[in-house]
Design a protein around this ligand. Structure first.
Ligand SMILES: [Zn+2]
Length: 114
């Protein structure tokens, strides 16, 4: 039990590190300059930053949700089937809310047909 708790704490740490990265990226994109006359490069850059900002927004929502799941003690529980989510999956993708079986549509369909 102690080991599982230590693992969860480690995951919370990695979540927070990811969070910091996202906040940093958000701060960077918030600084983009409206009045730089550099032409197409800047326009392209701005578009890229805009896309990144959208991405960051989604990421923040996912991280918020993961943090809430951690607080609720259901971080390790699949939202789809109620089974456990593999630790390897969560360390690769800390914001995962379903097990691999539920995340893969083809598997879900197979299960439906039975
Ligand atoms: Zn599942």
């Amino acid at each position: 039990m102690r080991q599982a708790r230590a693992e969860a704490a480690g995951l919370a740490d990695s979540l927070m590190r990811q969070w910091d990265g996202v906040v940093e990226a958000a701060a960077l994109t918030a600084n983009d300059d409206e009045h730089d006359p550099e032409g197409p490069t800047i326009a392209y850059e701005r578009e890229r930053l805009q896309a990144m900002r959208e991405h960051v927004r989604g990421e923040l929502t996912d991280l918020d949700r993961a943090a809430q799941r951690l607080r609720d003690g259901v971080y390790w529980t699949c939202e789809g089937c109620g089974g456990p989510i593999a630790a390897a999956r969560l360390s690769a993708r800390p914001t995962a809310r379903t097990c691999i079986g539920c995340a893969s549509p083809s598997t879900a369909q197979t299960r439906y047909r039975r």
